[in-house]
Design a protein around this ligand. Structure first.
Ligand code: GDP
Length: 520
């Protein structure tokens, strides 16, 4: 098969949602379609006390969650599907954001009884900024939820994206009858069975038991309203991340999942060219290239191994191949590679754009590093820095260990495990993270990899805003609204809360306060 054909088959995406919206249930259904598992309930045993293979680290075991994203891949209807898992609750970390830099599309699962929730909003801001196509699945239609119009309007206003209902529900909860599949012009009937029953629009008149049902009639009226007054479907807009196709259903029943998955897989983009220091690199380029979006430590507690996750961007990856590290220009051989599947970790022989490869990291990689073959060395665009939300001062418990302490911090920061800030004049080390778990992992790794016990003093949640160098006036800041420097020496104001931020903006309207969510 040619590189073009291989690339054209790839569908690499992440599923994101608020906790309990149904991501695990949906992932399981997809794996069932791909014949990767035989029964539901095997992906993540957080509720049953069994641990899935993605829970590598000790800390993950203790909490029964998956700290860092894992990858599942399987063939489906001629496609090669790669699903990147993202943790989505308080155990959210920068990795969750970074995973979004390695996918070509995103599936957003919303609990129709609740609507958009805080964490979803943050992730979607990142997708919107980066122009990642977003496909929405409104879940839990088997329960009484909010009105479809209401849910769509919320997406439009909160996420500032056009919606296009691909399906339209008939009833919900006990009255749930199925969905109109606008794309395939058929009615998908909910019978309570695993299989979906399809009735083409042209044959609906043969089903009076359905069409004379008041719930059906009501939905039919809503649908004509949507047809007349709603936005028209434009795939180009979807691919630019400006319109989201919305599907209604229930991941648990399951219902509407197959209709959703089939349409999604057909519409979602194959890997596209990616920006680099030498311009756009086509996924069909013969030379191999890829970038590291995640580094995971201690996947095997018996070893100190680290695994770097590489998103292949062009050419063909082969086991044991020699590559060049873009940052240093040095060439070396990739001795070991693994590709991760929910149930096992297989050794991979080859990969194409869109595939995710795990490679052994002898402590040389950094997040964002480019690996490539070919005469010309280049680097993919740097991964964006995402705004941390919580900050803590870090010190070594034992001053005698300061050498290991500094070494540990330096390496973990360089690796991208945590963000480091310094306070001018004070020389305090302040670490910033997106969620509490990131601190726990940091503390654990400092102890187990560098043999240093650390003390963390919380500053609590802060709102960071990056400042322009020529506008920095140190006298405007104090302990309340703290001024710190990031690793590159950029000044960052850590506002105590929304109120202090707004107060500051009012008092200093000329100052540019940069929200990284807005620039990423
Ligand atoms: P996650 O936290 O997003 O991975 O959510 P899970 O997939 O673990 O689902 C959270 C809870 O919602 C579980 O108890 C599921 O059984 C339930 N759930 C998921 N999908 C549906 C659905 O379509 N309908 C109903 N009624 N419950 C669902």
């Amino acid at each position: 098969m040619s590189i073009q054909e291989e690339v054209g088959k790839r569908r690499t995406f992440a599923i994101i949602s608020h906790p309990d919206a149904g991501k695990t249930t949906m992932t399981e259904k997809m794996l069932l379609f791909g014949n990767m598992i035989r029964s539901a309930g095997t992906v993540k045993g957080k509720k049953s006390g069994k641990f899935a293979t993605s829970d590598w680290m000790e800390i993950e075991k203790q909490r029964g969650i998956s700290v860092t994203s894992s990858v599942m891949n399987f063939p489906y209807r001629g496609y090669q599907v790669n699903i990147l898992d993202t943790p989505g609750h308080e155990d959210f970390s920068e990795d969750t954001y970074r995973t979004l830099t390695a996918v070509d599309a995103v599936v957003m699962i919303i609990d129709a009884t609740k609507g958009i929730e805080a964490q979803t909003l943050k992730l979607f801001k990142v997708c919107r900024m980066r122009g990642i196509p977003i496909f929405t699945f409104m879940n839990k239609l088997d329960r009484e939820g909010r009105e479809p119009f209401d849910l769509l309007e919320e997406i439009e206003t909160e996420l500032e994206i056009e919606t296009y209902p691909m399906t339209w529900p008939v009833g919900m909860g006990k009255r749930f009858e199925g969905v109109f599949d606008r794309h395939n012009e058929q009615f998908v009937r909910f019978s309570g069975d695993e299989r979906e029953e399809y009735i083409p629009y042209s044959e609906l008149d043969q089903h009076p038991e359905l069409t004379e049902n008041p719930t059906y009639k009501e939905a039919e009226d809503e649908l004509s309203l949507v047809d007349e007054a709603g936005d028209t479907f434009e795939i180009e807009k979807v691919l630019r991340g400006e319109q989201t196709p919305v599907f209604f259903g229930s991941a648990l029943a399951p219902f509407g999942v197959e209709t959703f998955f089939d349409t999604f897989i057909d519409m979602a983009p194959a890997p596209t060219p990616r920006k680099s220091t030498k311009g756009l690199v086509s996924p069909e380029n013969e030379e191999f290239s890829g970038f590291i979006f995640k580094i995971q430590a201690n996947m095997n507690p018996k070893h100190r191994d680290r695994v770097a996750f590489v998103r292949v961007c062009s050419g063909k990856f082969e086991r044991g191949m020699s590559v060049t590290l873009g940052r240093t220009g040095k060439a070396f051989k990739l001795a070991q590679s693994q590709q991760f599947v929910a149930s096992s970790s297989n050794t991979v022989e080859e990969g194409y754009a869109g595939d995710i490869i795990g490679i052994y990291d002898p402590n040389v990689y950094r997040i964002g590093d480019t690996l490539l073959t070919g005469k010309e060395t280049f680097e993919y665009d740097e991964l964006p820095q995402f705004p941390p939300e919580q900050f803590k001062k870090v010190t070594a418990k034992n001053v005698m260990k300061s050498k290991q302490f500094y070494k540990g911090i330096e390496q973990l920061v360089q690796e991208g495990a945590i963000q480091l800030f310094k306070r001018p004049y004070f020389e305090d080390y302040i670490i910033g993270a997106v969620g509490e778990l990131q601190f726990e992992v940091f503390e654990y790794r400092m102890k187990h990899e560098y043999n240093v016990d650390i003390e963390l003093t919380p500053y609590g949640e802060r709102i960071p805003r990056w400042l322009k160098e020529d506008q920095v006036d140190t006298s405007l800041f104090d302990d309340r609204n703290m001024l710190v420097e990031d690793r590159e020496g950029n000044k960052v104001a850590l506002f105590k809360n929304d109120f202090s931020l707004r107060w500051f903006v009012d008092k200093h309207p000329d100052m540019d306060l940069i929200d990284l969510f807005e620039v990423n």
